[in-house]
Design a protein around this ligand. Sequence first.
Ligand code: GLN
Length: 473
Amino acid sequence: MDILDLTITQLHDGFVKKQFTSVEVTKAYLDNIKKTDSEIGAYLSVTEDLALAQAKKADKIIASKKDFPSLTGVPCSIKDAILVEGEKCTAGSKMLENYIAPYDATVIKNLKNNGAVILGKTNMDPFGFGSSTENSAFKVTKNPHDKTRVAGGSSGGSAASIAANEACYALGEDTGGSIRQPSSFCGVVGLKPTYGAVSRHGVFAYGSSLDQIGPMAKTVEDAKIIFKVIFGKDPLDATSVDYKFSNQESSMKGMRIGVPKEYFAKGLDPEVEKIIKNAINRAKENGAKIVDISLPNLKFALACYYVIAPSEASANLARFDGIKYGLSEQAGKDLLDVYVKSRGKGFGAEEKRRIMIGTYALSSGYYDAYYKKAEEVRQLIKQDFQNVFEKVDVIFCPVSPVPAFKIGEKADDPLLMYLADIYTISLNLAGLPGLSLPAGKIDKLPVGLQIIGNYFEENKILSVAGLMEKMLL
Ligand code: GLN
């Protein structure tokens, strides 16, 4: 088997048995990036020196210790919204084209403490604004399964890097689906944790009440290993919480799986539906109890999200003014002119669109009508899920109504692009965890099954996903 096909667990095994070294594995990945990435475009920067230094360090640990963490020596990629000290961090925006991260995000500290090897920073829609990486200021990431199609977004580079064997695993960030949707499009496993499960310290904020960092990997087992390294309370993020990750394994027998009727309505590609229904049937054959459920307020989720997310984004992006932060056009006639010119040049069309929608929704006179109303509707959506979780253990549904679409297909129509998020954003509004599991293919295009759990039940989601993964093989 090719070294690049190995999972985290398999690489760990190989290190234990001294079959290869981390430097060898890392070099194999770097070579493949050089060979493949000019075509795929998964990376915005490759951190070769850092990767090789970390690999050497990892090899010392592997040689001297009997027991070392699973991530030691295993090469990964990081979404370019997450700070890695001393390396470029652009968040996919021209505004941050030359920004060097002055410190490590907490998740990066955690990875480094576990001996991780960081190969580079991956492409994304600017600040997470998008569903295809087509909004990136730098390039479009292509889907490794069909290069005429998008890899998804906004964490498209992270997903594609795994699918193209340019990284063993990745970190992504999900505000409205940005981990799950590209994972679905690229055929990898992606987990968006419960809001508060993982520290957001050191990640460029998009929507602060929605954002979560999470793992993307080749297998469920790998995703679990990464999650266990990054989750937990961080004094530097007041919204992060302490909780115990139980290792209890679930059984399909008697598992109550909710299937929301609203997710199987108009707009869902019949081929995607077939794959998801097949997964549900497999669970049923293995003893699960399928429960028809309804989330009546789901129909408001998209409208609600596209008020709240841009509102928070417009506030978060106010700091990029060319003085405190970011691209700076110093040749202005006064301070306001510097602000206007810097923001005008640094932000792309989608960033401007979001800032304008958000600023409008937050402005005095409109705040009550839009932002406050959206927050009220958000509570209804949350309540819908809470009612459902009294009757079921997990929910099964599609991640995206369609498989990876053609590059350019939706690029000129922002509303059509926003519609692609219909199945993922409700979880962010509710703060719930969800995972995308490869469940089948339409020709060569992967389709993901979304498994949703109750708050802080990542263990249950991962355990159910592990069972499904075996059944769907
Ligand atoms: N596609 C959604 C958006 O554009 C979600 C992106 C994300 O999760 N960062 O807002």
